[in-house]
Ligand binder design. Sequence first.
Ligand code: SF4
Ligand code: SF4
Ligand code: FES
Length: 527
Amino acid sequence: MPEDLVKLTIDGVPVGVPKGTLVIEAAKQAGVLVPHYCYHPGLPVAGVCRMYLVEIEKAPKLQIACATQVAEGMVVRTQTAEAKSARMGVLELLLINHPLDCPICDQSGECELQDFTFQEGRPATRYSPEYPKRFNPVEDFGPDVLYVPNRCILCTRCVRFMEDVAREPVLNVSERGDRAYIGVHPEARLDHPWAGNVVDLCPVGSLLSKDFLHKARAWELDKTASICSGCSQGCNVTLDTRDNVVVRIRPRPNLEVNQYFICDHGRMNYRWMNRGDRIEAPLVKRRGGGAELHVVDWDEALDRAAMVLRGARGRAVALVSPKASTEALFLARELLAPFEWTGAFQVVMGEEAPLAAVPNLALRAERAPNGTGAELLGYIRNYAAALEAAESAAVVLVLDEPETTVKTPGALLYLGTMLSDAARAADVVLPIANVAEEDGTFVNRDGRVQRYFQAKPPPGMARPAWWVLAELLAVLGRGEPVASASDAFDRLAQSVAPFAGLSYAALEMTGKQVAARPAPAAAEVTA
Ligand code: SF4
Ligand code: SF4
Ligand code: FES
């Protein structure tokens, strides 16, 4: 254990943590999780719920671990009879007015009141069944947030998020004692671009997402680590799927990128992942068969695409999406390497919306996740120039850009998810997976490469773009097919300098820097 760490024991487990660490965080390192409500690592400490009561040797009474800093030689006991009895008392108090509506509550299955009552609460209430519990009607707080006051345990996480993190203090604790409830400013709505985080922060089912309301029970959901594709920030998220349909996006902590939060734009950016009007099989125009596209199997489609590429001479153009994986962008570049080639991408722009108290975290104007990855691989932003170059190119490869209309005398290969009118002009159309249906990586605006994982199967015969491109290279005799996104990334790491030495294992769950961070804007420096 390094000398400069503060050493203490928690339930007999020795731990060493930096000076200033709170006992609650040190306990996590010792593998000890004690019930708590108001504490959240992304919010200022409030110490209002009085739940995380523990015994600390030499202290005259029980202490709250969320507001107590570690000290050298400290001995903390979380499971003594006195501490457990005190916590049981707090739970009993919280449950006096909490309704027993778990069977119809969206939070059921992921509710901290439910879990901790099961863990440490009284086996039964001491109140008469006739006791009239407090009742207040449900309130509409904002575009995606409902407030159910009966379930509120007044932990104030939502109030502190809006006040200290978003710095738009529209929520407060109104009234006092058993009449207290969360009030919203009479002339305001909970419509800040990052307001949806209050739903995640609420430990019970008091703040609910209208979008997710009654869509699924928590235990029906499969959870997959992913990266938000809503902008270039690269927030870490979890995709919740039910029966292979994405039904919710929630933040996944990454202190280097998004801390514990995501914006509402990213939160709602999932419906397109479930679209049913997808290309489900490879399509080709047969020689002498006119302008009609025919459904074929992968072997025939790849042979046809390879024939087109073998027969072409001169210039090639790639028009790619900045939502494509780094692996696919790399293999598309490899495919066109024998040609004199130009590659370009275009980005939809929107309004920037920072989260005030968190440095370098904002909904970015650039609404695409992998523009930096595309640039590192040599693609340019001048889409108009690439479209012009296509007019004299021998081959044009379009990667997941369904609305791009290409005028070219050459052959047109098209890898995409949708069969738009523009795509019908292609000689070969190859169906690919979307971000929820494949493994891959994106490089965010700060030059951090991060992995995302497959959450559901692609439709029909669609395959990840990296698989399609590697197969095509193999048919052309230029390398082996790849069995996984990890193999595709290894191939990229072997030939593109910024990625040298990296692998999926080395990226871990939170990513690694492959390029320098851009200098912060002047406003961020002074904030
Ligand atoms: S609404 Fe939820 S987050 Fe806000 S005070 Fe009540 S329990 Fe806490
Ligand atoms: S800031 Fe960007 S990456 Fe983060 S959640 Fe919002 S849209 Fe997604
Ligand atoms: S978690 Fe410590 S007082 Fe609420």
